[in-house]
Design a protein around this ligand. Structure first.
Ligand SMILES: [Zn+2]
Ligand SMILES: [Zn+2]
Length: 282
């Protein structure tokens, strides 16, 4: 098992601990590497994204910690950058891409409320329902299809090293309140998105963060999507999306069992020589 996570948050965004605390915990857990991936800046006010004025401090701090702990663990400087409808990655995000060891391309924001404020798919069901009502005339299917089409667009235009929590839109779909993942249109929306990703260099993450925080019982993406990913031979990585030190390796045993059960034979990881693949014995 590769004890690593390239998706971790700190108190530069909505994480609960400092980067150094996360790194020290990773060393304690015998992890071989950790990537710090604070939520990147957005071109509008957000209380869970890094503030623009803190970006240089963040880069300097992670690079300092990388050096400080290099004999104990490989530390990578990353960010989870927001792909924003009708903007894409904003200029600051594009500037950051060259400064970072890697980034995760994620879609949290799906549209604007009538008052012009951007709403996210993952905050809570009230915000999601209001967003679908105001941005998509209450048409849930259109909202979900649009969500997946933006992820496909992001992959095609930018080929992010890692695509974050592919099916985040299911987070607030408890008891299928909005849609049923087995519906034909839903599967087709996912499939169209994967068909774009498979022609890029992007890696799809298996993300246990929703489980760690008690929001969902299944990882992102759902197991039926993982089977599609395997059949299309798209590379995968396992990440915890940890917001606390306790979540750093959440459900890794279960995720390795899952990828073994689904006959994945390799897993991607970041090394000091770039991206590599580790063969898994089945
Ligand atoms: Zn995210
Ligand atoms: Zn995250």
């Amino acid at each position: 098992m590769l004890l690593t996570s390239l998706h971790t948050h700190t108190n530069y965004c909505d994480g609960k601990y400092s980067a150094e605390d996360m790194i020290l915990a990773a060393i304690k857990y015998n992890m071989t590497s950790i990537g710090i991936s604070t939520h990147g800046p957005t071109p509008f006010i957000s209380d869970w994204n890094i503030k623009k004025e803190n970006i240089n401090k963040y880069i300097n701090e992670i690079n300092f910690l990388k050096e400080k702990y290099k004999d104990s663990i490989d530390v990578y400087l990353g960010m989870e950058l927001d792909y924003i409808p009708n903007i894409g990655f904003d200029d600051t995000s594009k500037w950051l891409m060259d400064k970072l060891d890697y980034y995760i391309g994620s879609l949290h924001y799906l549209g604007k409320f009538n008052n012009g404020i951007m709403w996210t798919v993952d905050y809570n069901i009230v915000e999601l329902l209001q967003g679908i009502n105001e941005g998509f005339d209450g048409d849930t299917r259109l909202a979900v299809e649009t969500y997946y089409s933006y992820i496909g667009e992001m992959a095609e235009k930018y080929e992010p090293p890692i695509i974050g929590h592919l099916d985040l839109i299911k987070k607030n779909n408890k008891n299928n309140i909005l849609f049923d993942e087995s519906e034909e249109w839903y599967i087709r929306a996912v499939e169209d998105c994967l068909n774009i990703i498979k022609n890029t260099s992007s890696i799809i993450e298996i993300n246990t963060g929703g489980i760690a925080r008690g929001y969902i019982e299944e990882q992102y993406p759902s197991t039926f999507i993982l089977k599609m990913i395997k059949s299309k031979n798209i590379p995968i990585i396992i990440n915890s999306d940890a917001h606390t030190i306790d979540g750093l390796l959440c459900n890794y045993d279960e995720m390795y069992n899952l990828i073994n059960d689904n006959k994945f034979n390799k897993i991607s990881y970041l090394s000091n020589d770039g991206w590599k693949e580790k063969l898994l014995s089945i």
